[in-house]
Design a protein around this ligand. Structure first.
Ligand code: DLL
Length: 433
């Protein structure tokens, strides 16, 4: 099933023509309306008329998060404020927040992207869509909300928090689609189990999870725990919010809404576009946005692109599950480590739960990393010797995947804090020095 079959299954040559036409208009728009772009293009000797095809994209300079911060709050807006109908912001852990704006048309396009995503995972107007992403400046809540409304589904705008109430709503309202972060889905699954409810008693059938990296192993845990099919939705506020890309029911890569966003994969160090299929930093160019059309925006997310046709019939390129961000990568004694690698290892070991936390420190000029992971209740009731053996097994498994020796501490069930939004899985004490 498709929400917009014509676009989603368009022949790639036609799609490229459409992208080129929209790219040209967007470049003209930013050149004429955004001083930063005009100055930057002038510096590189680029005039809008030089951009004729999608291949010319690689000649354009990148846009960075710092550009949004430097022009805070509205300096990159390419539409007058009277046309702007919505403002969101991403909190960011350091410095100023990033402010993004939408015209009425931008909101419509965004809602369509989310509606397409919902249909591609099997949703329809008959669904009851339970939204537990945060509402507010974060794009998760309202983004999924507008998309589900456009689809004609019944929206339950629960937002985050009050886990017991969420479960009552599942039961009483008959929610069929759950939208939240994967870490909150994990938490909800645990709470459902504890309340003595079997997933069969609930009507939930689909989960649309994103806003943070999560592994295939985590997907399986959530699917088991809630008795649903779990799908990955990707997006970032700067580009529009959730719905830039989403799994289809094949669960093999995320279809990018390419008629609105052109993806590229680059080498994060050199900025060169990488050959098809290689993994690198994802860069997006918005080609239909009016208020904030960013050109070659450096997402910092690591992924690769799959151009082979998908069995679902969509012709759009798929991005692989983002495994993390270049700025989340830990460098431990010279070795690159992604938290998602740790997650994959842990979830393949019996007796541990999917709740973990990584602490990085520097002791006597040497980096140290300790992984705390909760034991399952049955391991917890085992002897100290069995637990110590398990710690050794995990340490060994981490060594063989990460190529560095890290500390492992098995902790009692329920000692690692649960997250209702994006999980914070790493404490890097080296940053405070
Ligand atoms: O997280 C938008 C969103 C809301 C996406 C709800 C999906 C669902 P920001 O707060 O601006 O926007 O954060 C964007 O989150 O650059 C990625 O690093 C990360 N991210 C988003 N989706 C995924 C995903 C929203 N499916 C940043 N897998 C992005 C991995 C993701 N990382």
């Amino acid at each position: 099933m498709f929400y917009n079959k014509k676009i989603e299954t368009m022949a790639r040559e036609d799609l490229k023509k459409l992208q080129a036409e929209r790219l040209r208009k967007t470049v003209e728009r930013v050149y004429n309306n955004v001083p930063l772009y005009r100055e930057r293009f002038d510096k590189y000797g680029i005039k809008p008329e030089h951009i004729k095809t999608v291949d010319d994209l690689k000649n354009l300079p990148f846009t960075y998060k710092t550009d949004l911060r430097d022009t805070y709050p509205y300096g990159l807006f390419a539409a007058p404020m009277q046309e702007v109908v919505r403002i969101h912001a991403s909190s960011g852990t350091t410095g100023k927040q990033t402010v993004v704006g939408y015209t009425k048309n931008d909101i419509d396009v965004w809602a369509e992207c989310v509606a397409r995503a919902m249909v591609s995972v099997g949703g329809s107007s008959e669904d009851i869509v339970h939204i537990s992403y945060g509402y507010g400046l974060f794009t998760g809540g309202l983004g999924l909300h507008d998309g589900a409304t456009k689809l004609g589904a019944a929206v339950v705008p629960v937002s985050t928090g009050n886990t017991a109430r969420q479960i009552n709503i599942f039961k009483d309202f008959g929610s069929t689609i759950l939208c939240c972060t994967p870490s909150y889905a994990m938490y909800l699954a645990e709470a459902v189990k504890e309340s003595g409810i079997s997933p069969d008693e609930l009507k939930l059938r689909i989960g649309i999870f994103g806003a943070e990296p999560w592994t295939e192993e985590m997907r399986q845990e959530i699917e088991k725990g809630l008795g649903i099919k779990a799908y990955d939705i990707y997006g970032l506020s700067e580009v529009c919010g959730p719905g830039v890309a989403c799994n289809c029911y094949m669960q093999n890569g995320l279809h990018v809404q390419e008629d609105h966003f052109i993806p590229e994969i680059i080498d994060p160090d050199t900025g060169e576009v990488l050959p098809e299929g290689e993994s690198g930093e994802l860069v997006f160019t918005c080609i239909t946005k009016e208020a904030l059309p960013l050109i070659r925006y450096r997402t910092r997310d690591i992924s690769s692109l799959i151009y082979e046709p998908c069995e679902c019939g969509r012709t759009t390129v798929r991005m692989t599950k983002p495994c993390g961000r270049t700025d989340d990568m830990l460098i431990i004694r010279g070795v690159n480590v992604f938290p998602s690698q740790v997650e994959s290892v842990l979830l393949n070991i019996e007796g541990v739960s999917p709740h973990y936390h990584i602490t990085v420190d520097r002791v006597n000029n040497l980096d140290t990393m300790e992984v705390q992971v909760e034991m399952s209740p049955s391991l917890f009731s085992d002897s100290v010797k069995v637990i110590q053996e398990k710690e050794k097994t995990i340490k060994q498994a981490l060594l063989s995947t990460l190529n560095i020796s890290v500390g492992v501490k098995l902790v009692s069930p329920k000692t690692i804090s649960r997250s209702e939004g994006k999980a914070n899985r790493v404490t890097d004490n080296r940053k405070d020095r």
